[in-house]
Design a protein around this ligand. Sequence first.
Ligand code: NAP
Length: 286
Amino acid sequence: MSAKILSGTVVRDVRIIELIKKFKAILPAPKLAIIRVGNRSDSTAYIGAKMAFAKKVGVTACHIHLDENINQQKIIDEIEKCNRDESIKGIIVQLPLPIGINRDVVINTIDPRKDIDGLTATNIELLTLGRPNAVVPATARGVIELLNFYNIQIKDKKITVVGRSQLVGKPIAQILLNKGAHITVAHSKTIDLVTETRGADIIITAVGKPNLITVDHVSKDQIIIDVGISRDGELDVKTGKNKLVGDVDFDSVEQVLGEGGAITPVPGGVGPMTVLCLFENLADII
Ligand code: NAP
């Protein structure tokens, strides 16, 4: 038998039903502000997915699109306006911001009670302290909810997280640590990634480099969660765009995993969980 496929699409389609019910019970419909600066095409795709999901679950999303060359104070003014607007329950600043804008200053302008991305210093501190009222960044929450859905134990497991960014790798490592896992965090300066990953029960990779994790990095009964998203050289005939791939050489790695192993696909793994959990964060803080 082959490894189990951990589908985030399946989890999302199950959990969205509950989410729709929750938002339906809130009147007037909650409002979400998505602030975007500039015209990056990847941001267009991510915002499109969030707007479409908002519509499905009954949240009114407003997309505040600011010019690439806007000055930092104007972005701050826009966030403060959203902070004051009581009908707006959640605020997202789409990252990355243009060069020259101080990300931390901008993010920390968001009222922590509306910070559904969990990126303000207040929320990071709450997460670090292991407080139950911390807003867990959506991708980190998505990884946890995916593992929970498929009954994969976290406590006492050896987990290697590859990637240590503020947005993805660190919050994933922190929440798993809070849940009693033994964590190793690998990054670009890690000398022997093969040893760090092969010995783990669970590998979570969040780097953005196709084929970083090959058959050499894995062992038979591992759980592999691929957070990475990149576009490779091959054209997808359906979309006419380059294919989306993760960090794992999926086809080869899937072959070496045994029936005790499991792996997320890209697309259809952590991606749908991230969007779902962003809205679960919104439902929790209302
Ligand atoms: P990032 O800020 O560029 O961080 C990448 C991390 O990978 C850094 O910590 C870096 O180490 C590490 N790294 C780079 N090369 C490495 C190597 N050869 N071996 C081991 N570690 C290496 O990226 P990010 O924002 O965290 O995003 C990571 C990936 O997740 C991207 O592909 C992004 O598109 C994807 N993502 C997916 C979702 C989703 O919903 N699925 C959500 C968010 C992001 P250093 O710290 O040493 O530089």
